[in-house]
Design a protein around this ligand. Structure first.
Ligand code: NAP
Ligand code: MG
Length: 403
């Protein structure tokens, strides 16, 4: 078979620990034998980030803006322990945070569903994609503990120096706590556009929910911005595809989500997204089956796995022991990026390859061949736990039959 040709490069962001090992295996076993892989390579492994004073992370994000599509391996976010382990010059920031800030994007997380692993909510037969707004609210708050007898007010000073005051609470009988939150229209608008674009892209309904009945200015502003942008820019496009934008109260949304069969995007404010994404991920089974894509409002895509670098497995690997690390989410990051590259460049053979590689992966697991994390969850009678490399080789056998 002749190798599939690419036109424009993908931005390839390599990473750390066990996922870095998996990264190379995926390329060697499942990609380069079939594709004339064209990537612009950035090494986001912690050693090279340290060597370049993290410049490589900024460069990789700029390259993503230029080419439109990136695939990223999981990376270490340094903490005190990593400072000494890697002899770091500084406690470099999370690469994901840096990239997200540059691309101004929204993260969409989607579970990969296979037969034999039933979600804890068995009616969820299709994936629920969570989109989390990643700016402001309680994550950028100001809070105080206040003594009894205090009077607390919100004070807004406009650009001409005029003050507007609003009473929060008079703490007469008891002390207490107060909190100041903010968000900005521009960020909410970017969030809304990323969500509407992703819904069009994946041809799924978009749900959004806040507590606007209680929070008549703050949450209501989110509702209004989504509605204005939908009416002005997306209503017709949604109608043409037969998909829906659905707004409801957050409590109603939670109740509907639990009763639903899945198959839609659920846009969440920052805190709701933090909590609900953990709930949804757990309910579907395994973090190693969760893909993630960062979508910017102007249509730039960065694909990755939702999990981290699987450190414990890496230390086993370093000792020469076999690991059974699940590569599915990392592999789907590659197929997502290749498919998107194919769509943007009009390469139907690349799109077709990405589809088949995903099918071969799911078939492998449904045939009973899986890594340890899934073997613990699967109800298949003939399941067989294999090691990291055996799993990829088993996918390759099935892929060859499909090509
Ligand atoms: P993690 O790497 O996601 O691993 C947590 C645990 O989940 C693992 O120890 C493993 O359980 C299980 N697991 C996760 N992915 C798996 C896979 N593919 N196959 C099998 N089991 C899997 O999270 P962490 O241990 O909290 O973080 C490790 C490093 O990753 C940290 O340095 C953190 O900064 C980084 N991180 C990076 C990203 C990112 O780049 N997007 C995200 C999160 C964390 P068992 O050990 O019990 O088998
Ligand atoms: Mg969380």
């Amino acid at each position: 078979m002749e190798k599939i040709k690419m036109l424009t490069p993908l931005v390839e962001m390599d990473g750390d620990e066990m996922t870095r090992i998996i990264w190379k295996m995926i390329k060697d076993i499942l990609l380069t034998p079939y594709i004339d892989l064209k990537t612009e390579y950035y090494d986001l492994g912690l050693e090279y980030r340290n060597e370049t004073n993290d410049q490589v992370t900024f460069d990789s994000a700029e390259a993503t803006k230029k080419y439109g599509v990136a695939v990223k391996c999981a990376t270490i976010t340094p903490n005190a322990a990593r400072m000494s382990e890697y002899n770091l010059k500084e406690m470099w920031k999370s690469p994901n945070g840096t990239i997200r800030a540059i691309l101004d994007g929204t993260v969409f997380r989607t579970p990969i569903i296979v037969k034999g692993i039933t979600p804890f909510i068995p009616t969820w037969t299709k994936p629920i994609t969570i989109a989390r707004h990643a700016y402001g609210d309680v994550y950028k708050n100001t809070e105080m503990q206040v003594p009894s007898g205090s009077k607390c007010e919100l004070v807004m000073t406009d650009k001409d120096g005029n003050e507007t005051r609003s009473l929060i609470h008079e703490f007469s009988g008891s002390g207490g706590i107060i909190q100041g939150l903010h968000n900005v229209d521009k960020s909410i608008e970017s969030f809304a556009r990323s969500c509407f674009n992703f819904a069009l892209d994946t041809k799924q309904d978009l749900w959004f929910a806040t507590k606007d009945t209680i929070s008549k200015k703050y949450d209501h502003r989110f509702k209004d911005i989504f509605n204005e942008i939908f009416e002005a820019e997306y209503k017709e496009k949604f109608a043409a595809l037969g998909i829906e934008y659905f707004y409801t109260l957050i409590d109603d949304a939670v109740a509907r989500v639990v009763r639903s069969e899945g198959g839609y995007i659920w846009a969440c404010k920052n805190y709701d997204g933090d909590v609900m994404s953990d709930m949804v991920a757990t309910a579907y089974g395994s973090l190693a089956m969760m893909t993630s894509v960062l979508v910017s409002p102007d249509g730039v895509y960065e694909y990755e796995a939702a999990h981290g670098t699987v450190q414990r497995h890496y230390y086993k690997h370093l000792k020469g022991e076999k690991t059974s690390t699940n590569s599915v989410a990392t592999l789907f990051a590659w197929t997502g990026a290749l498919r998107k590259r194919g769509e943007l460049d009009g390469l139907s053979d690349l799109i077709d390859f990405a589809d088949k590689l995903e099918k071969a992966t799911i078939k492998t697991i449904e045939d009973g061949v899986m890594t340890g994390d899934l073997a613990l969850l699967s109800s298949l009678p003939n399941k067989k736990k294999v090691d990291t490399e055996e799993f990829l080789l088993a996918i390759n056998e099935r892929l060859k039959e499909m090509l």
